[in-house]
Design a binder for this molecule. Structure first.
Ligand SMILES: Nc1ncnc2c1ncn2[C@@H]1O[C@H](COP(=O)(O)OP(=O)(O)O)[C@@H](O)[C@H]1O
Ligand SMILES: Cc1ncc(C[n+]2csc(CCOP(=O)(O)OP(=O)(O)O)c2C)c(N)n1
Ligand SMILES: [Mg+2]
Length: 342
């Protein structure tokens, strides 16, 4: 959490601010030859392999709200977002670089808290913070994160590899990140309407699972590790950031196929259902369109499902790849279904 002191960044300057960031670089990754300090980071691979890169931009007010987001959680979440994209190629992340544009309403201490979260995430994912850029901003904090990772080229899994008849699977549960966001937004509104002079300190203990999932999501490195150890390889893989329906559509469309999804099979946590009830909203909408779940969707041949279950058990089957003509068919049970165009 932020300390009580508020030191203006211009008092110490960007160079000394970056020096502080240098003490929060996560794991020393063996492939990193040069980290923070030179003009560019350097990665050295002994064996030829594929390199994956990805960038995510996060803008205050659009992607995060600092009323209810502690800086260290924000640091953790931005690393998760970039790492999740690397993992979704079935590659292992190695480094992240972070670009910051900081308005002067934020202090040195706040930025250090942000980097404490970056450091914690880098340690959890076994990666190193190797560089970035720091600049001033007028009103809003902007954070961009670039991650790179590596894999043997023939091990990469793309979103367009699904085959006719393959089974569609999803890890964990869906919709809880949006449920957490709804709770946080409701509490913020109540606090604003109360015109309270006190700090925003809502009691969130009944919503801990969903709020954690919104504020400090974890990327599914465990799935990628299990794939590496298993002799089964998914035919396609994508992470759930925009929302389940959007990702399923991407897999089907890019694979040149259709998909049938059995909606009662979509995994939803009890707490997510309770929150949707409280908000008088349809929990299926949370799960289908929520986004920011950082779960993984993958397809595998039908005969591999049981075997893979013994290698990795935190997934469920939600559908099957079909002919293209079926588009994205949502089967709601009781023989009712509707089609979404791809
Ligand atoms: N926000 C940041 N987070 C992590 N590393 C940073 C950040 N800003 C700058 N760096 C790293 O600090 C070093 C110096 O950065 P900078 O002063 O921008 O140098 P340059 O003129 O080479 O761009 C570089 O290695 C850069 O990657
Ligand atoms: C203040 C605030 N507004 C909105 C959201 C919800 N939100 C932020 S990012 C996101 C997912 C889509 O982001 P995008 O940058 O399009 O994702 P990408 O596929 O590039 O990862 C969602 C649903 C939030 N967490 N906080
Ligand atoms: Mg993505």
């Amino acid at each position: 959490m932020a300390e009580d002191t508020f030191q203006q960044i211009h008092e110490i300057g960007f160079k000394r601010l970056i020096d502080k960031f240098k003490t929060h670089t996560g794991t020393e990754h063996p492939a990193v030859r040069r980290g923070i300090g030179d003009d560019a980071s350097v990665i050295v691979h002994e064996e030829a392999s594929a390199i994956c890169t990805t960038t995510e931009v996060f803008l205050e007010g659009v992607h995060f709200d600092l009323t209810y987001t502690p800086f260290n959680y924000l640091g953790y979440k931005i690393v998760t977002a970039a790492v999740s994209d690397i993992l979704a190629m079935n590659a292992l992340p190695e480094q992240v670089l972070i670009g910051l544009a900081i308005p002067n309403k934020y202090s040195v201490q706040m930025m250090e808290d942000l980097y404490r979260g970056v450091d914690a995430a880098c340690r959890d994912y076994g990666i190193q913070l190797t560089g970035g850029d720091t600049t001033a901003s007028h009103q809003l904090l902007s954070v961009s994160v670039t991650a790179t990772g590596a894999a043997p080229a023939d091990k990469l899994i793309y979103r367009d590899g699904a085959q006719l008849g393959d089974i569609v699977c999803v890890t964990g549960d869906l919709g809880s990140a949006l449920a957490g966001l709804r709770v946080l937004m409701r509490e913020k509104k109540a606090w604003q309407e109360s015109r309270s002079e006190s700090q925003f300190q809502p009691d969130l203990h009944e919503y801990e699972f969903a709020v954690q999932k919104q504020l400090v999501p974890k990327a599914r490195k465990d799935l990628i590790e299990s794939i590496a150890e298993s002799d089964i390889r998914p035919t396609s893989l994508i992470d759930v950031t925009q929302g389940l329906i959007s990702e399923l559509g991407s897999v089907a469309k890019s694979s040149g196929l259709g998909m049938e999804v059995y909606s009662p099979a979509v995994p939803i946590a009890l707490e997510t259902r309770r929150i949707a009830d409280e908000m008088n909203e349809d929990v299926d909408k949370y799960a289908f369109y929520g986004g920011e779940d950082f779960e993984m969707v993958f397809t595998i041949p039908e005969e591999s499902v049981e075997k893979f279950k013994s290698d990795f058990d935190d997934f469920v089957v939600i559908g099957r790849m079909t002919e293209k003509e079926k588009q994205l068919t949502i089967n709601t049970g009781e023989d009712k279904s509707y089609q979404l165009e791809l």
